[in-house]
Design a protein around this ligand. Structure first.
Ligand SMILES: [Zn+2]
Length: 409
């Protein structure tokens, strides 16, 4: 086994230990180092967590062995990714996530996470080392960094750095610089240099990540589809009478029924959202796009056209206008596996560890908060644009539910 593989594997194991523990308790102390912490250190971490809970913002703390220097850049990615995952699994607007080594705060990583990804608040980045010589011990760094995170989340003044006399670092048996092999030459310059490079690398990486994922906090505005896919005129064509099957059979009459349901669904959509083409909620125009595309296929099949595909058109679950190379795919969403249709591009992105862009819509009508369409509970979410059930069925069902509610009023 190469060194790289073993690092990747041990980080993978640590990751699932932390993630599972956080489901039960916001404080994870790695059992490997727990016996080495004093009572006071554990108490201080626990109190800091209780104080943070009063802010009402979800927080997660992991106290881990000294691993950051051993894994280098991977530690930044590991912590930032895990911070994002635990935030995304919840439904809060912000989460606070802190990783700290058990002995010192040398490798503390403090993240304020929103839907765009994690950021390191400036005051948290400063605290890797005290002015004189030593790194802050865990019992001081954890309360301080959590205070910084709460202040950054609420936009208030950060707390003063802890009062720590580094000329008297207590009974720590080993010198940090010696222990990490950075003892040659001028230790301060070496360590500060290494810390600064690490911090710079991290912030560049986080910024790229935030840029790449900026779609997560904005409503989808492209592609506009109404003009580019001629949705208005094609919607009118859908409502024209269907041709009777060229070759009458059970199968073609079923297709004919499907064509009728598509017409009903389109009428229901337009009736409930007459502004579908201008609505800031792009799910409506995607819905029309899916209906007109399916109608086109139905009509071709009814006419017996030789250019009609055997199979009905399929649409990418994440963004229904993606059409290329659609296949069934097990997609992890909020720790559950969904079997959905995904296009080639989205599958490649996910397999490379990225998150492909998805159709982002207002959480509620008129709301500015953008959520993936499948996080709502409307007909689009229920159908997944065909991944779970045909869109026309979901739209027709939703309309009959609405009609039922109106009758009972
Ligand atoms: Zn796609």
């Amino acid at each position: 086994m190469t060194e790289k593989t073993s690092t990747t594997e041990s980080l993978g194991r640590l990751r699932s230990r932390i993630r599972d523990a956080w489901d039960l308790d916001p404080v994870f102390i790695d059992p490997i180092i727990a016996p080495g912490l004093t009572k006071n250190q554990k108490l201080s971490v626990k109190r800091a967590s209780e104080n943070t809970a009063e802010s009402g913002i979800p927080h997660f703390i992991a106290i881990v062995p000294e691993i950051a220097l051993a894994v280098g850049d991977d530690w930044d990615r590991f912590t930032a990714d895990l911070a994002y995952v635990v935030h995304a699994d919840g439904d809060a607007e912000q989460s606070l996530v802190l990783f700290s080594e058990g002995a010192s705060a040398a490798a503390a990583r403090a993240y304020l996470v929103d839907d765009n990804g994690p950021v390191v608040p400036p005051d948290a980045a400063n605290l890797t080392r005290s002015a004189t010589d030593d790194f802050l011990p865990v019992e001081l760094s954890v309360p301080y960094l959590l205070g910084v995170l709460v202040a950054a989340a609420k936009g208030t003044q950060p707390p003063d750095p802890p009062d720590f006399d580094t000329r008297d670092p207590g009974d720590r048996s080993e010198d940090y610089i010696e222990a990490t092999g950075l003892g040659n030459g001028n230790p301060d310059v070496t360590v500060f240099g290494a810390a600064a490079v690490a911090a710079l690398g991290l912030s560049v990486w986080l910024m790229r990540r935030r840029e790449k994922y900026s779609w997560k906090t904005s409503l989808t505005t492209a592609p506009e589809l109404v003009r580019s896919a001629r949705l208005r005129s094609r919607a009118d064509q859908v409502l024209e009478p269907l041709p009777e099957p060229h070759e009458p059979s059970e199968e073609t009459w079923q297709l004919y029924d499907r064509g009728r349901r598509i017409q009903d669904a389109l009428r229901a959509l337009v009736e409930s959202h007459p502004d579908w083409a201008d609505n800031p909620d792009f799910a409506h125009r995607c819905g029309v796009f899916v209906l007109v595309s399916t109608d086109k296929w139905v009509r071709k099949r009814l006419r017996g056209s030789s250019s009609a595909d055997e199979e009905a058109p399929r649409f990418c679950f994440l963004f229904p206008h993606h059409r290329g190379g659609i296949e069934r795919f097990a997609l992890e969403q909020n720790r559950t596996m969904l079997r959905v249709d995904l296009c080639e591009h989205c599958r490649a992105e996910i397999n490379a560890g990225h998150e492909p862009e998805r159709l982002m819509v207002p959480k509620r009508p008129g709301s500015k908060r953008a959520v993936p369409y499948f996080r709502r509970s409307d007909a689009y979410a229920a159908s997944g644009f065909g991944s779970f059930q045909p869109l026309e069925d979901a739209l027709v069902e939703a309309q009959s539910v609405r009609a039922g509610q109106e009758r009972s009023r």
